[in-house]
Design a protein around this ligand. Sequence first.
Ligand SMILES: O=P(O)(O)OC[C@H]1O[C@H](O[C@H]2O[C@H](CO)[C@@H](O)[C@H](O)[C@H]2O)[C@H](O)[C@@H](O)[C@@H]1O
Length: 261
Amino acid sequence: MILATDNPAALPAPPLTAAPSSIALFLDVDGTLLEFAADPDDVVVDAALPELLDQLDHALGGALAILSGRSLQRIDELLGRPHLAAAGSHGAELRRDGTIVRAVRDSHGMSALRAYANTLLADLPGVVVEHKPDAIALHWRAAPTMAALVEDVAQRLVRAGRKGYRLQHGDCVVELRGIGADKGDALRALMHHAPFAGREPWMIGDDLTDEHAFEAAERSGGGGIVVGARRPTRARYALADPAAVHRWLAALAAHLQETTA
Ligand SMILES: O=P(O)(O)OC[C@H]1O[C@H](O[C@H]2O[C@H](CO)[C@@H](O)[C@H](O)[C@H]2O)[C@H](O)[C@@H](O)[C@@H]1O
């Protein structure tokens, strides 16, 4: 079955042909499972989402993972599913089998950078600062005219960090983050272990940081499903928005359950 009405552009919607034992599913959070909000703390989690994630996790024998730019702690606060495999902070944090196998802590100098960021942003009203483990996200969704000034602040921060950090651009956000793993690394790391190993990995995501995972998934025989109209992309399939993602995931859960029965 193909949900053709979910196709936002030239890319087709992903088909529902998988057998439960053949695929592994990787899911981004903001812009994919959740609609955007002007402030990261104001996102709304659909009441049916946690249960849907459980259904898929069960149907896939545990081969479901969340790959997010949020911290692991924030992913768990939002989704309430700490048993799921997950990568936080764009891949710098990793959990599998309920155990955190890769953690991240502020590196030396981060507290000075946080103070410097607060000083630099004092004159930029509407810009939201999100402090994460060894990372600072500067959000300008509520103040789009500030985008260039925020980029300038980010460049100053990365220079002040003396090569210990890099910038990660995203949807109305630029983040200063440690030089560490990306979502592609996280996907590959999970694919080395049961129940992911030997399956076809499929990643659903909307943002630039998800492209790393699309590429890693494609190289392992699966691929990417992009959410929204951002192009170019490495993804082979597309879904229009988080509501379309929810519908497709519900259809997939039903398909997997029928296939198993
Ligand atoms: O990889 P993701 O799960 O998509 O996380 C990427 C970033 O998502 C969040 O920021 C984005 O969503 C916010 C809430 O809707 C929005 O205000 C912001 O403009 C978006 O960029 C999150 O706050 C970041 O920490 C994540 O890195």
